[in-house]
Design a protein around this ligand. Structure first.
Ligand code: M6R
Length: 612
């Protein structure tokens, strides 16, 4: 959730840390801070509640702090409200050690009590300060920060990515990781740590991903890695191949709009690299035909929008494979004593590849013997590394908290998996396969067409942005897509919104429909269009304002009942949500814009959710 950056080099550290934090701010943005150690062995810690711009103002863009080694942090609060004191870095009582932390120390109360009994006085309400003071406690024993760190790691329980500087060793800093992302970047006369590569990509593409239990000692000229037993280890370097500009706004007002517009290309890259001679080819999969035939049940496990992809997947995969598919919220799956065994395939979906709930569910399923196939966007992320099989979505870096292009690429990949498995199982007739393939090849083009004409959507946003309660209704795939449309709207515009299966409304929720309630009626699922229409008529009769979504083919029919209709091109039924979701993303974007919301960094949220 939080973002960490660290630098050891020959240039002034503070501006480099601030720049890195700016790129990590999407991970958490309620407060930020930096700590820099100067040659005179003084630790300077500056932190501030609010956005990074506040901190930057406080330190004059970094100019007011000297020193060539430091750490920085942008926070998403867990323990203690967002304020200056609870912001990281935390400084030990003796002023010698500063720590930035991402994750949660679960036994912090017990450790704090222990330290209090030794005379330590705590300034903040955070779990992180416990790590800082405990480090100081052990450091005082023999003035060895490295051994103090191992002693601390043996005592703390929970998740952490840590960056640690010590006033007595101004030439190096330490890093440690367990269940929270951390990588080391190798530059020219400078080395870095970061929660993700966007923070350091302008300095280096040469990185090493740290694994759980590992520690790194970093100077300007060297990086040494150690395992949990304190033994030195060699690590494999990876080269980051995407362009720096991929993580910039490129003239758009917001990353979200840029990422919406990038969807055709992202889908093209994700899908077309896996199509040869009109067949889906997964050269990147290890599982073979015999395995696919042996699978008794498929689970799809994910959170948030990735879960919504799974809901579409359940409908489509059951249709294409005639095998049971269960879609589970990762946070529930883990504690539900799931009926998973060796005969199950568990498909894990995650943009970041770092979502803790999803990661924990993956480990649970793996321990039960299931084969784990993950669909992940961030190369080298924890979920990707712990899965038996990985299919990467080639969406490029997604910065806006509200996902758009990652959702679209996940969706297309899951459908392709359905085609691939259906073909092996013989449950997807050749004609049907070919007709999905023909439409798959046209999908990016149709998305482009859709995105080239968005004036109506802007107009509808200005008609409806003042509503306080919205229902997205639809049947089957439209219901699944409505879940995503509703989440997009609520997360960036703060309007209360719910997605409902149209047919279920009459069993209770229709009592909430009154004059002026906005209902977004989704009518793109052709097989149940007429049924969906009767539900639209029902809500209209109770005073709802209806905004509809229809395909070009059904537009005229929809228009007979609803005046305001967003239109999408027709495609194969299983692919229709890939087009239908785009106007819903744009509608949310423009509603949030008109409401003056902070679109890329909505309140209370963070891009990568690495706490439970
Ligand atoms: O990185 P992941 O796909 O695992 O993230 C899961 C959810 O946190 C994420 O989809 C979240 O719901 C998005 N902010 C929604 O736009």
């Amino acid at each position: 959730m939080c973002g960490i950056v660290g630098y050891a080099g020959r240039e002034a550290a503070a501006p480099i840390l601030l720049d890195g934090l700016e790129r990590l701010e999407y991970r958490g943005y309620d407060s930020a801070g930096i700590a820099v150690v100067s040659g005179s062995r003084a630790l300077q810690v500056k932190k501030s509640k609010g956005r990074l711009s506040e901190l930057s103002r406080l330190v004059d863009g970094g100019k007011s702090i000297d020193g060539v080694l430091g750490i920085g942090h942008t926070r998403w609060a867990t323990h203690g409200e967002p304020n200056d004191v609870n912001a990281h870095p935390h400084l030990s009582q003796d002023g010698k050690i500063a720590v930035v932390h991402n994750g949660i120390i679960e036994n912090y109360v017990e450790l704090r009590d222990f330290l209090c009994s030794k005379g330590y006085v705590f300034q903040s309400e955070t779990d992180t300060e416990v790590v800082t003071q405990l480090l100081a406690y052990y450091y005082a024993e023999d003035n060895d920060a490295f051994s103090a760190l191992y002693k601390v790691l043996h005592r703390v329980e929970g998740a952490y990515a840590l960056g640690i500087i010590c006033a007595d060793c101004p030439e190096k800093f330490l890093a440690a990781r367990k269940d929270a992302p951390l990588l080391v970047g190798f530059g020219e006369g400078a080395n870095f740590i970061a929660s993700d590569v966007t923070a350091i990509i302008k300095h280096t593409r040469d990185v090493v991903y740290m694994e759980d239990g590992e520690v790194a000692v970093i100077t300007a000229d060297s990086v040494d890695f150690f395992d949990a037993m304190e033994e030195p280890i060699e690590k494999e370097h990876k080269t980051i191949d995407w362009d720096v500009s991929a993580a910039e706004k490129g003239g758009y007002a917001h990353f979200m709009l840029k990422e919406i517009m990038e969807q055709p290309e992202a889908v093209r890259k994700t899908a077309f690299s896996r199509i040869r001679d009109n067949r889906v080819c997964f050269d990147d999969l290890k599982i073979d035909e015999a395995y696919v035939k042996s699978v008794s049940k498929i689970y799809i496990v994910a959170c948030g929008s990735s879960y919504h992809v799974g809901v579409v997947g359940k409908y489509n995969l059951e249709r294409m494979l005639r095998k049971p598919v269960e879609v589970c919220l990762a946070s529930e799956f883990r504690y539900s004593n799931p009926l998973v065994d060796e005969s199950c395939l568990v498909i894990v979906i995650s943009q970041s590849g770092e979502t803790l709930d999803t990661m924990a569910a993956l480990r649970e399923a793996k321990a039960l013997g299931a084969h784990i196939l993950s669909i992940v966007n961030v190369v080298g992320s924890s979920i990707a590394r712990e899965s038996h099989d990985v299919l990467y979505t080639w969406a490029g870096p997604e910065i806006a908290v509200a996902t758009t292009k990652a959702y679209s690429t996940q969706l297309v990949l899951l459908n392709m998996l359905g085609m691939y498995f259906g073909d092996i199982l013989g449950t997807l007739p050749g004609e049907e396969y070919e007709s999905i393939m023909a439409e798959l090849l046209l999908l990016p083009e149709k998305m482009e067409r859709l995105l080239s004409n968005i004036e109506d959507i802007k107009r509808f946003a200005s008609d409806y942005f003042n509503h306080n309660s919205v229902f997205f209704i639809g049947r089957n795939l439209d219901y699944a897509m409505g879940l995503e449309g509703s989440l997009k709207l609520k997360e960036i515009s703060y309007i209360h919104s719910e997605a409902y299966a149209s047919g279920e409304l009459k069993h209770g929720t229709i009592s909430l429909i009154e004059n002026g309630t906005l209902v977004v009626a989704l009518g793109t699922y052709a097989p149940l269009f007429d049924k969906a229409m009767s539900n639209v008529v029902e809500v209209k009769a109770r005073g709802a304002d209806v905004l509809a979504l229809a395909t070009e083919k059904n537009l005229a029919e929809m228009k007979k009942t609803v005046e305001n209709v967003m239109v999408v091109p027709e495609t194969h039924t299983v692919l229709q949500p890939s087009l239908g979701v785009v106007p819903l993303q744009l509608f949310s974007y423009y509603v949030a814009l008109l409401r003056g919301c902070d679109i890329d960094k909505p309140r209370n949220l963070a891009k990568s959710v690495t706490v439970e």
